[in-house]
Design a protein around this ligand. Structure first.
Ligand code: HEC
Length: 268
């Protein structure tokens, strides 16, 4: 067999393999990843054939300058780049609205902006996929949310922020009126998503994200009721090991109740 023919054989085999792989993972229609396109290019699959494959399957990545460079290095020509650019999913648009406005918006732990007075923030720089959005404003409970962005789609999330009770450590409006209040404090019990966020920040490190237990015991079948748990958190219990010999710092009674209710939902 000649060198050329052998080369052709290897090529055909490689193509068949890659195409078989793509076809196999096709459930229902699997888009090409950047890695696959690079693989096809470096495997000497003709750019024309890759174009056809890309049109048939679609692609799941965006053509940023960096991606373009990478593809060109792997052997992509202008025609292929232009086809891929047309096929690329448009960047998703995320619109965040908060009531009240003026909340900082963190995505995957990075500050991306602040919602304006009417409460809106538009973010068009995110990649499709899963992200974690955290909304924070002084005097209000943090609010966290997992989102799933799809290319070309607009996702709007609107969240009403819950004020922290006056006098709690994060509250900023405790003394706005300047008049000391001697009426009974109102106990605000945060709703489940806020309580879950508090649990994640204050308890999950020791008790596990699902209450399965780590350095602290499992809470999935704790014998304590909701009221006892809230009590344990705000008062501590002298017989208990750290940190529960003392009150948990920075928790209002409302927070503690919210967390206790949340802990109950972790029960198996
Ligand atoms: C620094 C680690 C740590 C943190 C943070 C922590 N715990 Fe604990 N927790 C423990 C340990 C250790 C025990 C066992 C104490 C003992 O039995 O003496 C415990 C016990 C408990 C118990 C009693 C379980 C039982 O079955 O008797 C509850 C309920 C509980 N924790 C809830 C919480 C909640 C809710 C939070 C968050 C506000 C929290 N803990 C934060 C370590 C921790």
């Amino acid at each position: 067999m000649g060198r050329r023919a052998r080369h052709g054989c290897v090529l055909a085999l490689f193509c068949a393999l890659v195409i078989a792989c793509i076809a196999q993972s096709q459930a229902p229609v699997k888009q090409l990843t950047k890695g696959q396109v690079v693989q096809l290019l470096t495997g000497d699959v003709p750019a024309k054939r890759i174009q056809t494959l890309a049109v048939e399957h679609g692609i799941d990545f965006q053509i940023t300058p960096g991606t373009e460079q990478e593809l060109r290095k792997a052997g992509a020509d202008d025609a292929l780049i232009s086809v891929l650019t047309q096929l690329a999913p448009k960047a998703p648009l995320l619109i965040v609205t908060t009531v009240p406005g003026g909340a900082e918006v963190l995505i995957d732990g990075k500050l991306v902006g602040v919602t304006i007075a009417t409460g809106e923030l538009r973010i068009s720089t995110l990649q499709p996929g899963g992200h974690y959005v955290l909304l924070t404003k002084k005097g209000y409970y943090d609010r966290g949310k997992d989102i799933d962005l799809k290319g070309g789609e607009t996702l709007t999330i609107s969240e009403k922020l819950l004020a922290t009770p006056p006098g709690s450590d994060t509250g900023s409006h405790a003394n706005v009126s300047g008049t000391p209040s001697n009426s009974e404090p109102t106990i605000i019990v945060p709703d489940e998503s806020v309580a879950a966020e508090l649990y994640r920040r204050k308890c999950a490190g020791c008790h596990g994200s699902m209450g399965q237990g780590r350095v602290g015991p499992s809470l999935q079948n704790a014998s304590l009721g909701e009221k006892e748990i809230a009590d344990l958190l705000v008062k501590g219990s002298s017989g208990k090991k750290a940190p529960h010999g003392k009150p948990i710092a920075g928790l209002s009674l409302g927070d503690a109740r919210g967390i206790a209710i949340y802990v109950e939902t972790l029960h198996k």
